[in-house]
Design a protein around this ligand. Structure first.
Ligand code: AMP
Length: 418
């Protein structure tokens, strides 16, 4: 497989798919430029080699072309400042051949939002609400055919293809996957960010040092079933935390008061416990909880056994006994995956469990464990606690990471790796 470090970009035009889907305020000021900063090493390497970059991204979910609200023109100045070159801009990504051809070594060009074209995602747009199944199928077939043409057009702008957009690696879109078909194997590669993500996933899923512990938190079992089922074939310990705790507790006959619970998933929870037993996986469940008499930071609180929560009270975080049990398992692990907080960490009075998990992960990492934190709120947790740089890797891709740990093949990765 070609790598960015082994490729000399001198005199070459590189089509670089990045994830510049950054949040902006009502005046189009970028409120968090993490994603732009994440792609800089790749862009800078290409420019330093004497190559030129055609930067391509999506932003938001536009439904038409053009859609001013989602224009990438608003970020040109910021990207220029960060990259240290005057980035040019083309306001139609499907009419950029001339501008790309004119690019000189060391120059950078940003294309307008790829999703202004329905072909990027390959999903039909503008179908009548009462469209028949035949009409839907015909529209789907048509857009799939024009999606390939769109990918071919984008590919024609450049000599080589670099994918640094891990955030969209789980999508088989024109610029994230299909485009790779139009480059030889030695002219397509991951960017640095994508490469780090792929290596981190491999360390968790295939090249795993043991014991391997996953901490699954968050609100619902239903949104994590596939992930938990796949992890039960991989991990040594599976810690269940967060709101989904109470579905397990109730399934086991405990009293959970007003705690969040999915009553239609009680059998599923018991099935997962059975599967864990059959696979020799230690399921680690909470034994106590910090409960509150309202879903509020200012509610009255107390600690109780997790299966003795009175009516009118709800579990908002794990209790101190559970913190100690979880920390012990985590500190004795060599590979750690953390997805989802142990409680309602947005309220300061219910962060203690998540903080204890974060601290234990930091300590295990200091002692040589590999730790990967990813998927939405656990990333917010490590940032809130100021420990993001004390774990081995914090993933930038929510959905993409979750699909990878579900065991799915990510089209953006497969397009380059084969
Ligand atoms: P998820 O998106 O599934 O990872 O869920 C994250 C959300 O779960 C966060 O907003 C937490 O506040 C919420 N959460 C965690 N524990 C609880 C709990 N015990 N009760 C209600 N919500 C919870």
């Amino acid at each position: 497989m070609q790598t960015i470090d082994n490729f000399n970009f001198a005199g070459k035009k590189a089509f670089v798919r990045v994830d510049f889907n950054v949040p902006v305020d009502e005046n189009f000021n970028i409120t968090d430029d993490t994603r732009i900063r994440g792609a800089l090493p790749t862009l800078k390497k290409i420019l330093a080699d004497g190559g030129s970059v055609i930067i391509a991204s999506h932003m938001g979910r536009p439904k038409k072309n053009p859609d001013a609200k989602y224009s990438l023109k608003h970020i040109v100045a910021h990207v220029s400042a960060k990259l240290g070159v005057d980035v040019k801009f083309v306001d139609d990504c499907a009419k950029a051949a001339e501008a790309c051809a004119a690019l000189k070594p060391g120059e950078a060009l940003l294309l307008e939002n790829l999703r202004f074209y329905a072909e990027e995602e390959g999903k039909p747009r503008g179908l009548a609400e009462d469209a028949t199944d035949e009409e839907k199928a015909a529209a789907k077939k048509a857009i799939k055919a024009s999606q390939k043409e769109f990918a071919k057009l984008l590919a024609s702008y450049a000599d080589c293809y670099v994918n640094d957009a891990f955030g969209t690696a789980h999508r088989a879109h024109a610029s994230t996957a299909l485009i790779a078909d139009y480059f030889d194997a030695d002219h397509k590669m991951f960017g640095y960010l994508m490469n780090q993500e792929v290596l981190a996933i491999e360390k968790i899923m295939t090249d795993t040092a043991r014991p391997f512990t996953a901490i699954m938190g968050g609100s619902k079992v239903s949104s994590k079933i596939e992930i938990i089922e796949n992890l039960l074939t991989k991990v040594d310990n599976l810690i269940i935390a967060g709101g989904m705790t109470y579905t397990f507790t109730k399934a086991l006959g405990g009293k959970i008061g007003n705690s969040i619970c999915e009553d239609d998933k009680l059998d599923l929870a018991l099935g997962l416990l059975e599967k864990a037993k059959a696979n020799n996986v230690k399921m680690v469940l909470a034994v106590d909880a910090k409960i509150a008499d309202a879903f509020s930071n200012d509610a009255n609180t107390k600690f109780v056994n997790v299966d003795e929560i009175p009516d009118g009270w709800e579990g908002m975080d794990i209790g101190p006994k559970t913190e100690a049990i979880f920390a012990d398992v985590i500190k004795n692990s060599k590979t750690i995956l953390w997805n989802g907080p142990t409680g309602v960490f947005e309220f300061d009075n219910f962060t203690s469990g998540s903080r204890a998990v974060a601290d234990a992960i930091v300590e295990a990492t200091k002692n040589g464990a590999f730790s990967l934190v990813g998927g939405g709120d656990s990333v917010a947790c490590v940032n809130k606690f100021g420990v993001a740089d004390k774990v081995s890797y914090v993933s930038t891709g929510g959905g993409a990471l979750l699909e990878a740990i579900e065991g799915l093949v990510l089209p953006g990765i497969a397009a380059i790796k084969g």
